[in-house]
Design a protein around this ligand. Sequence first.
Ligand SMILES: Nc1ncnc2c1ncn2[C@@H]1O[C@H](COP(=O)(O)OP(=O)(O)OP(=O)(O)O)[C@@H](O)[C@H]1O
Ligand SMILES: [Mg+2]
Length: 481
Amino acid sequence: MSETMEMATSSQQMERTAQSEGTPRILIIDDESAIRESLDTLLTLEGFTVSMAGDGTAGLELVSRNEYDLLLLDLALPGESGIDLLPRITAIQPNLPVIMITAYGTMGNVVDAIRAGAENFVQKPWDNEKLLADIRTAIARHRAEEEVVQLKRTLKQRYNFENIVGKSDPMLRLFDVVAQIAPSRSTVLLQGESGTGKELIAKAIHANSPRRDKPFVAVNTGAVPSELLESTLFGHVKGAFTSAISAKKGLFEVANGGTLFLDEIGTMGMDMQAKILRVLQDRRFMHLGGVSEIQVDVRIVAATNVNLQEAVREGKFREDLFYRLNVICLELPPLRARREDIPLLASHFLRFYAEENGTEPRSLSPEALRILMDYEWPGNVRELENAMERGVVLSTSSTITPNLLPPQLTGSTYSSSLLDHKPDASLFDLMEEIERRIISDRLERCHSNQTEAAEYFKIPLSTLNQKIKRLNIEVKKRGRD
Ligand SMILES: Nc1ncnc2c1ncn2[C@@H]1O[C@H](COP(=O)(O)OP(=O)(O)OP(=O)(O)O)[C@@H](O)[C@H]1O
Ligand SMILES: [Mg+2]
């Protein structure tokens, strides 16, 4: 309990004066001093900074003077009820998460409170652990959302990027390079695994260039068969081939003045590669079946998820074309190499899909977030986006728990595949096998760093060593790190 508490005269307002930066700040508005004090003790011990008010007027005053991370609001305040007060408070601090404190048997009012924007409610007498967990979830969600909003604002102001999220070093470096190269006409090659955001960056390059008011045209050069791709890109004259019943413009012409995005360029056939090379050299080409050359002003952005240099070595990609494309090469890092972007992206997609589905905002439970942080994300940002969309659609409450995550994330494979393979094993053997797999898997992820693995499992290093010996786990030699 604090000694720094001071009584405010007219409005029963009590505020802790020694507020530390960074620790979450919670405001309690409740007319019962016993409730305020027991919440104060609980929350202070857990490291929160607590402010308190005994009625709505005092509460409003505090909200207008300070920023809070969470409000615990009594539903049954004397005079103006908590429900009436709520909109006045959120008018001052719109995204403040609010947990209602209710007496037993006032469920009808709780529904009204949730409708009025309360995030959750706690019933007296409350369970401390559950209350703390709810508070932490609400604060974490609030902070993540604020961070996303802030970050998007910065990215929008600084780079004019729409809907791109990232705060990891490699992404910030990438944003800088994109902003720097966007205004030129130089050809850009985007390399990165599937789902890392190549098309998004291609669009950002276009949107930040003087060409932004001209077309951005995307073509998947890997998916269109060669014969078709040629007429798609260069157009054709009437009668150029049997089905050419009328003349048609090609995408190089459609994109004139703007940007042509050649996606999946790594899987384009050799014959097309030769034809593309010619256009890249002088921006001139002919319609299929045509006789005169056409000149266009098109910026080329190409993307590939295969390593083009390797493809060149294997003779699958023309070296001269590679050098034409590789004027400015940007690497999009896989999501597993920039894990600090995961909570941001998750929050960004949760908000997006909640809006799109007309549902309330959703947040991840701490356990669900931990699973996202641990997963390898072979499908990168797209896989995360799909997982969040699925979570929003399947969830019936405001929290997304691990059971709402796709099965490949929750690793249910441990037990199910094991039972199929070892039908006669005893429970003890199965448990050992599961333990063995979990430990091996973790060691692999930690590059055989046993200290890191022991910390992850929250066990002493010596215990981990014993388990490794007992379970006969092979520890790979650590490379130089
Ligand atoms: N940094 C990011 N911020 C927000 N959304 C992102 C980000 N990166 C990717 N996305 C989203 O993830 C999805 C996949 O991105 P995109 O289509 O650009 O990837 P890609 O690299 O072109 O994938 P592929 O190689 O499979 O075509 C898109 O819906 C995109 O909006
Ligand atoms: Mg793509």
